[in-house]
Design a binder for this molecule. Structure first.
Ligand code: XMP
Length: 328
């Protein structure tokens, strides 16, 4: 039996003890975890905190806007947005292996935080910031730690970008106030801290973003295509009032698979899109969600009609285990 307020008190004390009078930066992703971690650290150290939002080009539609508008308004935190699209896409060029993608994305996140920290220090040299910024806040949760092989007795399933995906030469000291918590606990803490409901209630979205939802090489054209399909799925699930019933619904592009279709009066040779609606309590296990068929039909019709290059929609009907929620 735990209360959000006692977790907050405990973590605020710990954060103050860890950071002292130092400056700290927080990686914001637009998701629940980093938003709540930042709000906790903000409560603990106030304007010693600067949040950094990295646009790595692997984001969904409107992700950046939500952070820049909703979050900053509610929490009153200082935010720096970094456009790192070229950097990430450049590093990912030609890469198809899932773990390699995850490691590259984890590493480039850190490289961006390092250069941003250095820049912040340089800009405020005349103010009260001294030396370097050596603390980095991450919204790592307990399941991230377990699945990256950090738990006891668990195999390494996949390197979550903020745990097993970190580069070895990283010098930041991590501040991870949510490391012992599950998602529902994080949401309760977030509500208590005044994080807006649109953010607290968001479905999970992985840090490596659409980069691990393209099976095959990540390119700008493929990202654009997947972003369109993903937006359609989210729109239809929301319109059908299903957001609260499903844990999340990854939309995956099988970029290396093509199949024959017929559209209008011609043959097509396009890519399949996979929809993967899942129900879960904590993402450690999951079941595929029995979506109403009329919703599935609408999603399928819209994607094949509206997204150029896609001529087939399939639904993933695998639970976890044996499938993980994400395909990579
Ligand atoms: P899997 O695919 O392991 O996903 O069943 C479990 C949950 O974690 C999310 N996920 C991630 N979240 N960084 C994150 O912040 C990551 O690298 C990452 N990989 C997976 C996934 O969306 C699901 O909610």
């Amino acid at each position: 039996d735990w209360k959000p307020s006692s977790i907050i008190d405990e973590q605020v004390a710990r954060i103050r003890e860890q950071i002292g009078e130092n400056e700290v930066i927080c990686a914001l992703s637009g998701g629940v975890d980093s938003a709540v971690a930042a709000a906790l650290v903000h409560r603990a150290v106030g304007d010693k905190l600067t949040c950094v939002f990295v646009d790595h080009g692997l984001l969904r539609k409107d992700e950046r806007k939500q952070v820049e508008e909703d979050y900053v308004k509610a929490i009153g935190v200082r935010l720096v947005t970094v456009d790192a699209r070229e950097q990430f896409l450049g590093e990912l060029a030609g890469v198809t292996d899932p773990e390699t993608k995850r490691k590259i994305i984890g590493r480039e996140f850190i490289r961006v935080f390092e250069s941003t920290a250095a820049q912040l220090v340089a800009e405020s040299r005349n103010d009260d910031v001294e030396g370097e910024i050596k603390f980095l806040v991450q919204g790592t949760l307990y399941p991230d730690v377990v699945e990256s092989g950090g738990g006891t007795g668990t195999a390494n399933i996949k390197s979550h970008h903020n745990v097993g995906g970190l580069p070895e030469d990283m010098t930041f000291e991590l501040v991870e106030p949510l490391r012992a918590l599950f998602k529902d606990e994080v949401r309760a803490v977030g509500r208590e801290l005044g994080v807006p409901e649109v953010i607290v209630a968001r479905q999970p979205f992985p840090g490596p973003g659409l980069g691990i939802r393209i099976i095959g090489e990540v390119t700008e054209a493929r990202l654009d295509l997947l972003r369109e399909a993903d937006a359609i799925v989210r729109e239809e699930l929301t319109a059908a009032g299903l957001d609260e019933q499903i844990w999340q619904c990854p939309v995956v592009l099988l970029a290396d698979v093509r199949s024959v279709g017929v559209q209008g009066d011609g043959r097509t040779y396009g890519h399949p899109i996979v929809i993967r609606p899942v129900s879960s309590e904590d993402a450690m296990t999951a079941d595929w969600t029995r979506l109403p068929y009329d919703v599935v039909a609408r999603v399928s019709n819209r994607i094949t009609n509206e997204v150029e290059g896609v001529n087939r929609v399939v639904m993933d009907v695998t639970s976890k285990p044996p499938g993980t929620i994400e395909w990579e």
